[in-house]
Write a protein that binds this ligand. Structure first.
Ligand SMILES: Cc1ncc(COP(=O)(O)O)c(C=O)c1O
Length: 407
């Protein structure tokens, strides 16, 4: 058995390339020609795997999906044009009017807004609870619950739920565990081993290889029996554990039209090759930096799951390894102090996004959550005193120096 990285690098093309290209060519074509009407019918009715139209499938994008399959061991992978497209397509595949989703208020801003506003308008209820409390979580689930959704490390609260405990609840209640795993790459965090049925990733982050492009992935492990799903139970009679992917690929993603473009798939295929290396360097730097920062009197608290004093340390380390991610937050005395710090930075960029090769700093309360009311921010534990840092590939000493001069 080869290592997942070797497996990934040597993923075979479905058809040999006409020129033996070592990099998958960018098939920048909207449509594909057929030799006969019969062949065309077979392709359109799904009886052959020939490509017909690039909103539905494309050779370059499929190769990217195949590489993700090789590294995750998933039953099926679908690549979309952003992390939000992956989240929305996946949830729309599972949810219907009258059904509900159980999740936490600790969510990325657009994910929260997708649940609380976009889905609510279509009659899908979202039940927000404390996912670190098993009893409270279980009490929210009923016969109309179509999924339990979570982010594996919440951003910016850095909360970590016990995935094994949530998986036990999901199995007992026959609902799929759907996880946004963007914060830890799948070379390190093996979602399937923790009972995750559907994994969602913003490939804009670690995978894209230096913030080159937006992208999202829906990874179906084929582990859930959709016979108990409020929406997919009929389809599951024929398609079994693949009912989710059948619904997604044959209906939802083609109707919503947010498939990944071939240029992006090309960049992200290359990004995948170095993801593990970049992650390993960035998380080591992150650990070194937070260790030094936590000793500074000017900073009231440094929130990183890799620090032994962190509330979620042992759980995070058991689920995500010794250096869980390259993102941390810290608090200063006030919003004004945060703005002053950000304005003085010389090396670290004032920017949103995560896991660029450059380190990035942001004040989440006034930006990502800037359009939420103060009450909502309080309910989501997004503080005015918090700054979020995404650690890149710079040297830890250089980043520390920038912190010192800005503080
Ligand atoms: C945890 C998480 N999930 C999803 C997203 C959305 O990803 P995208 O910006 O690629 O749509 C983000 C974006 O920052 C995120 O941090």
């Amino acid at each position: 058995m080869k290592s997942p990285i070797t497996e990934l690098l040597h993923t075979e093309y479905t058809k040999p390339d006409a020129y033996n290209a070592l990099s998958m060519p960018v098939y920048n074509s909207a449509a594909y020609e057929f030799e006969s009407a019969e062949q065309m019918e077979l392709a359109f009715t799904g009886k052959t795997a020939d490509f017909a139209y690039s909103r539905i499938s494309n050779p370059t994008v499929q190769y990217f999906e195949d590489r993700v399959k090789a590294i995750t061991g998933a039953a099926s992978v679908t690549a979309l044009n952003s992390g939000m497209a992956a989240i929305s397509n996946a949830i729309i595949t599972i949810a219907k009017s009258g059904s509900n989703i159980v999740t936490s208020r600790h969510l990325f801003g657009n994910t929260y807004s997708f649940f609380a506003s976009t889905l609510a308008a279509f009659g899908v209820e979202t039940r927000f609870c404390d996912l670190t409390n098993a009893d409270e979580t279980e009490a929210q689930i009923d016969e109309n619950t179509c999924a339990l959704f979570l982010e594996i490390i919440t951003n910016p609260q850095m909360e970590v739920a016990d995935l094994n405990a949530l998986s036990v609840i999901c199995k007992a209640k026959n609902i799929p565990l759907v996880a946004d795993t963007t914060i830890i790459p799948f070379t390190v965090f093996k979602a399937k081993d923790f009972g995750v049925d559907i994994e969602l990733v913003s490939s804009t982050k670690y995978i894209s290889g230096g913030a080159t492009s937006l992208g999202g992935l829906i990874v179906d492990y084929g582990t859930f029996d959709w016979l108990s799903s409020p929406k997919l139970h009929v389809l599951a009679k024929d398609s079994g554990n693949m009912a989710f992917t059948v619904k997604l690929k044959k209906e939802i993603h083609r109707n919503l039209g947010a498939y990944m473009t071939p240029q992006v798939a090309y960049m992200q295929t290359l990004g995948l090759e170095t993801m593990d290396l970049r992650y390993s360097k960035a998380t080591k730097t992150c650990f070194e930096l937070v260790t030094k920062l936590s000793e500074l009197p000017q900073i009231s608290s440094v929130n990183y799951n890799g620090l032994s004093a962190n509330k979620f340390h042992s759980l995070a380390v058991s689920q995500f390894g010794a250096t869980p991610g390259a993102m941390f937050t810290f608090n200063l005395a006030s919003r004004e102090a945060c703005f002053a710090f950000l304005n003085k930075l010389k090396l670290i960029k004032r920017a949103t996004n995560l896991f660029d090769n450059k380190s990035l700093a942001i004040h989440p309360a006034s930006t990502i959550y800037g359009n939420f009311t103060a009450e909502m921010r309080k309910a989501m534990n997004v503080s005015d005193c918090t700054i979020r840092i995404s650690v890149g590939l710079e040297d830890a000493a250089d980043l520390f120096e920038d912190f010192l001069q800005a503080l």
